[in-house]
Design a protein around this ligand. Structure first.
Ligand code: ADP
Ligand code: MG
Length: 262
């Protein structure tokens, strides 16, 4: 379990995360949604110690984040950041092998190689594994980074907008992988994503953020409601249940409150 307790962060005078409290339970996919600038990436950065928090606490497996060594943390928590700029020339297989580094320290065992093979196969990258990362399409590169995270085989996985650059088929492949990691391997997987219907379909729990605050969190049906969606996105929503699935229609006008303010 990962527990975020009243986490806050300001840049200058601006509070970008405001007393956010959230649980990321094992065996569950938690999707974080919210408009650009809501504080989603900052929240995950604080939860993974990439950014210091100003106040609040992070518990990872009931132990405060500050008490984890970098080495132990890398074996338990994998993070795919929103933008991945690597300047070195890696082949896909080398990138995926990098995910084993916290475990292997650079000397890959047979077990490590098997895990790398499995991660490459799981993301459908067998044919591409000897290609250089900088010679891939954005979507292929994204799949390679996700394979690296899968190979890291950690209990906790944070994916910040992993569906960027991906077509529908590849997005489905990623979300099926994500669901499998949670449901079959009991990992706590946290995914920041913008497609609400896709989140509602694949996530177990959701967290809705706006202006640094957690506006709602809980099951999909608790979070994906007309009032919550209209509050965070400030446009009109129609929320339906279709084939047991929560579906939002949101191609409408800005909400009256927003229209009046403009
Ligand atoms: P999201 O991921 O929800 O789009 P972010 O967490 O990236 O939002 O950003 C939240 C807010 O914090 C934004 O207004 C952003 O401009 C601001 N912010 C993020 N990082 C920094 C930084 N290093 N310095 C100043 N402001 C930042
Ligand atoms: Mg972000």
């Amino acid at each position: 379990m990962i527990e975020l307790i009243e986490l806050s962060k300001s840049y200058g005078q601006t509070k970008v995360v405001d007393q956010a409290s959230v649980l990321f339970p094992p065996g569950k996919v938690t999707a974080i949604i919210g408009p650009n600038g809501a504080g989603k990436s900052t929240l995950l950065s604080m939860a993974s110690r990439l950014t210091d928090s100003d106040a609040g606490q992070v518990l990872i497996g009931e132990k405060p984040l500050a008490e984890w060594s970098n080495e132990a943390l890398a074996k338990r928590l994998a993070v795919l950041r929103q933008s991945n700029n690597i300047n070195m020339r890696f082949r896909i297989r080398e990138l995926v092998a990098f995910g084993r580094f916290p475990h292997s320290k650079g000397r890959l065992s047979d077990d490590d190689n098997r895990i790398i093979d499995d991660a490459i196969a799981q993301l459908g990258l067998e044919e591409l594994q000897d290609r250089f990362i900088d010679e891939l399409s954005g979507g292929q590169r994204q799949m390679a980074f996700i394979a690296m995270v899968v190979a890291q085989n950690t209990d906790y996985i944070f994916l910040d907008e992993p569906l960027n650059n991906l077509d529908i088929r590849h997005s489905v492949a990623i979300m099926q992988t994500v669901r499998d990691l949670a449901h079959r391997h009991n990992k706590a997987v946290v995914v920041v994503m913008h497609d609400i219907n896709f989140s509602a379909c694949y996530a177990d729990n959701m967290v809705a953020m706006k202006n640094g605050e957690v506006v709602a969190s809980g099951s999909v049906n608790e979070v994906v409601t007309k009032p919550v969606m209209e509050r965070i996105y400030e446009i009109e929503f129609d929320v339906k249940d279709i084939n047991g699935q929560r579906i939002c229609l949101y191609y409408g006008a800005p909400t009256p409150a927003l229209a009046l303010a403009q």
